[in-house]
Design a protein around this ligand. Sequence first.
Ligand code: ADP
Ligand code: MG
Length: 284
Amino acid sequence: MIQVKNLSYTYTKASEPAVTGLNFTVENGEIFGFLGPSGAGKSTTQKILIGLLKNYPGSVSILGKSLLDWNSDYYEHIGVSFEFPNHYLKLTALENLTYFGSLYKSKKHSPQDLLDLVGLNNDGKMLVSQYSKGMKTRLGVARSLLHNPDLLFMDEPTAGLDPVSSRRIRDLIRKQKEDGKTIFLTTHDMVTADELCDRVAFIVDGEIKLIGTPRDLKLQHGEPNVRVEYDDSRKTQREDFPLKDLGNNAGFLNLLKKHTIQTIHTLEATLEDVFIQATGRSLS
Ligand code: ADP
Ligand code: MG
């Protein structure tokens, strides 16, 4: 779906490149997460992939051909939601969706259906100038789906959303994948990345440091221990055991026999732990 080779980008007047030497591919039907702290180069990368920024060293091939060979027809195939969406503030949400929908040759979803999908059911007749940041983000997500595109680019689609709205958007993204779509998801929210992404790329200071499935990354970097919490004279005690050869660990087996167990958990790293280990940086 997407092939990026040796991609770099330096903004005019900037002394440092915003991204350098990016190499990655995104497979058909996958949710690919681009995960990194603020200023890492995530939005810059998305802007290149959607054709907004040009004149870069390196190559980008999308949907089987070089980005350079695509004309405006490209936008019939991709859907984009921006970190800072550029809606018409003096129009209502429904008017915005109707207008942007009219730019596409193929229309699949009605504006009202899309508003329902992002939880703005009753806010369609409101002027977008009265929308909160989160409502604008959700309207942007609705807009990206107007023409039912095969490839979606979403820049921070859950940023600043309340838990219910965030859940709704995550469910929507998962549903898109179930429908066979490919999603390039840019985020600094590692919970969203962990939950949704088939693979994630860690990006820091314009460079990709690591790419893998969230599960593999966590297993490779996790502490392979089991933590047992148990009741001992009406007090909760806690003990850790190595996962390796656990079935022959006398201390562990003894504990199971002699005490009332309250919880048993493996200590996997969170994706954020892995990120910090791999990059030396935190996500915030
Ligand atoms: P992210 O989306 O990961 O937060 P960005 O891609 O927005 O990061 O930014 C990457 C780097 O490029 C940052 O250092 C940022 O200040 C810089 N940058 C972003 N947009 C511009 C611009 N229009 N002009 C100059 N520098 C920019
Ligand atoms: Mg950004």
